[in-house]
Design a protein around this ligand. Sequence first.
Ligand code: HEC
Ligand code: HEC
Length: 228
Amino acid sequence: MNNLLNTLFALLVACATTLAQAQTAPAAPAAASPQSLQAKIAMCVGCHGIIGYKASFPEVYRVPKLAGQSAGYIVAALNAYKTGERKHPTMRGIAEGLSDQDMKDIAAYYEKLGAGTRPTLGDKPNREPDAQVAGLIQKAACFSCHGSNLSKPIAPNYPKIAGQYPDYVFVALKSYKASDNQSIGRNNGVMGAIAKQFSVPELKALADYVGSLDGELQTIPESRFHQQ
Ligand code: HEC
Ligand code: HEC
C-alpha cells in the first residue's frame, strides 16, 4: 500500500513538473532531468535495490552492491556488458539498451547514493587476513590496484571491492578465469591474468576475505530510493 501511494505521489509530481516545464521552459539541453533519471534507475532497482536479492546464473549469488561504487567503474562495467567483454546474459540485455549518457547519469547517481551513511575507513583493511590469504594477496598485489584498504582504487575505472558480497566476489573472480567461454565469463586482460594464477578454492578464500571487510559499497533498498 505504501508503495502504491509512493508511486502515485511520484506520478503526480512528475505530471506537475512536466506541466510546469511545458508552460515555462524552452527546449531543455541533454542533461538528465530528475524524471528521466528515475525512469532509468527504475530498471535497476528490482535487482540492485533489494538487499540480498539473488541471481541464479551461472550459480546462485547476491547481485552486486552498486551504491558507493566509483562512477568510472560503473560505466566501464556497463560498457563491458554492452560490448560482450562480460557475457552475463541479463546484464548484457540491460546494457545494450543504455546510451553513453544513460550510463554516465546512472553511474553518477549510484556513486553518490548512500554517501552520508558510509563508514569512515582506515588506510588498511579493518581486519587482517589469515596467513593463507595474506600470501595470495601478496602474490597478486591486490592492494596495488584496488588500494591499501581495497576501497581506494588507483584509477577511476577500477572497482572498490572491500565489503562487496563475498558470493558475488567469488563469481566475479571465477568469471575472469573463464575468458574463452561463449556464454559465461569476462574477457578482462588485467583481472584475467590475475585470476588465472589461482585455483578455485584460492579464489573462494580471497572472496571471503574481501567480502568480510568494512567498505563503502551498499545496497540501498527501493523504499528509501523513493524518498530521496
Ligand atoms: C534482473 C536483475 C538485474 C537487473 C534488473 C539489473 N541488474 Fe545489474 N547485475 C545483475 C547481476 C546478476 C549482475 C552480476 C553479473 C555478473 O556476474 O557479471 C549485475 C551486475 C551489474 C554491474 C556490475 C557490478 C560490478 O561490481 O562489476 C553493474 C554496474 C550493474 N549490474 C548495473 C545495473 C544497472 C545500471 C541496471 C539498471 C539499468 C541493472 N544493473 C539492472 C542483475 C541485474
Ligand atoms: C593491475 C591492477 C589490478 C590488480 C593487481 C588486481 N586487480 Fe582486481 N581489478 C582490476 C581492474 C582494472 C578490474 C576491473 C575489470 C573489469 O572491468 O572487469 C578489477 C576487478 C576486480 C574484481 C571484480 C569487481 C566487481 O565488482 O565485479 C574483483 C573481485 C577483483 N578485481 C579482485 C582482485 C583481487 C582479490 C586481487 C588480488 C588477488 C586483484 N583484484 C588484483 C585491477 C586489478
